[in-house]
Design a protein around this ligand. Structure first.
Ligand code: NAI
Ligand code: MG
Length: 359
């Protein structure tokens, strides 16, 4: 079968790293006899905004629904369009309309990359943050009354539905069950948030009874944040509500070195709609146009996409190529400046693509 991929480079370095990602994907597909078909779109970008006054064409949903996955660069160019307009006008539309209810961020300390945490070696840090991506604390239920008076009052509710909580928990347990350590950690705060978080804990325990092989524990979010920094080696899969997961999924990659290599996926596990694969970083206006952006975050996203499309061996091969090139260090591979090398985006992308072919 042919997998159809919608490619959306977006803005800034998105346009530089996406071609490197596509080349690496193509090489991996060739190696494993897979057929990938790429169609590129210019929307979800400041250029598109300047031409059309909107971030997306009116038929974007129909267009993108025809694809098996979306390979996304980065959106945002604040000197042309305000960030809340570009983000809400594109990426957040994709996540919500396509019900991409899992946000997945692997956190792995790669060979050749220095962790900001002292004394950590590759292998010490290798966990997966599973964030609920559609409800929870990020609801629009609430309001403001007595505005501008001393009685001014604001209220914003957390929304947890049984369907919404259970589906992300099931996904997290399944991920944990697939991994060698089979360990799932749940982020909670049921001591302080006395209605929604005990409910979350209850659903975790209930789902846990269906996965007897998975070792389950839970931490209050404050303690968990501290343990991410103090003992990142304790974790395997970490599942969290929307807000807690948002925080953990920035903290996790920060513990593993440069932003330039961190990938993420917005997934609809039901596969009714396409899932979206994007690096954690943004458009990086400070280095855009220089050809020195690290393409590894984007290429790693390609590996996650292959896994999602049902090709775990191809996904592992591509990730292995990234690790092999990183392991050569700045003296042996054209690593980009954020990895203390002097390589370019194209050179580093090419080295990984060659490694995919030769390994
Ligand atoms: P950013 O991630 O674009 O850049 C932060 C810093 O990291 C910069 O110094 C940049 O040079 C560096 N950096 C980022 N990616 C890199 C790479 N691949 N290689 C080497 N260095 C890299 O975040 P910033 O500057 O806060 O945002 C810039 C724009 O990107 C804004 O418009 C923002 O809204 C947007 N953005 C979009 C995201 C998305 O599309 N999901 C995510 C984050 C930001
Ligand atoms: Mg965040």
């Amino acid at each position: 079968t042919t997998h159809r991929i919608a490619v959306i480079p977006g803005d800034g370095i998105g346009k530089e790293v996406v071609p490197a990602g596509v080349s690496a994907l193509q090489a991996t597909a060739d190696r494993f006899g897979l057929s990938l078909e790429f169609d590129e779109f210019d929307f979800a970008s400041a250029d598109y905004w300047q031409k059309h006054g909107t971030m997306l064409p009116s038929d974007w949903e129909q267009t993108l629904r025809q694809y098996d996955a979306i390979f996304f660069g980065a959106v945002g160019w604040p000197s042309v369009v305000p960030d809340h307009v570009s983000l809400w006008g594109s990426l957040l539309q994709f996540r919500r309309t396509f019900d991409q209810y899992v946000n997945l961020r692997p956190c792995r300390l790669m060979p050749g990359v220095t962790s900001p945490l002292a004394g950590r070696e590759p292998g010490d840090i290798d966990f997966l943050v599973v964030r609920e991506n559609t409800e929870g604390e990020y609801s629009s239920v609430g309001g403001r009354i007595f505005e501008g008076t001393p009685r001014e009052t604001v209220l914003q509710e957390t929304v947890m539905t049984r369907v919404g909580v259970d589906r992300v928990l099931r996904f997290a347990f399944e991920q944990a069950a697939r991994r060698p350590k089979k360990h799932l950690t749940s982020a909670t705060k049921s001591n302080g948030i006395s209605i929604s978080m005990p409910y979350w804990d209850e659903r975790v325990a209930e789902m846990g009874s269906k996965f007897p092989d998975v070792r389950l524990d839970k931490f209050h979010i404050d303690a968990l944040a501290a343990q991410f920094v103090l003992h990142p080696e304790w974790f395997d899969v970490v599942v969290a509500s929307n807000l807690f997961g948002d925080i953990l999924s920035d903290l996790g990659p920060a513990c593993t070195g440069t932003l330039g290599i961190a990938p993420s996926a917005n997934i609809d596990p039901s596969r009714e709609a396409p899932s979206l694969f994007e690096p954690v970083h943004g458009s990086a206006p400070d280095i855009a146009g220089q050809g020195i952006a690290n393409p590894i975050g984007q290429i790693w996203c390609g590996s996650m996409m292959l896994d999602h499309l049902g090709h775990p061996e191809a996904a592992a091969h591509l990730l292995g190529a990234i690790e092999a090139v990183l392991a050569h260090g700045p003296a042996g591979a054209p690593l980009t400046p954020d990895l203390h090398g002097t390589g370019t985006t194209a050179e580093l992308g090419h080295a990984i693509t060659e490694c995919v072919r030769e390994r």
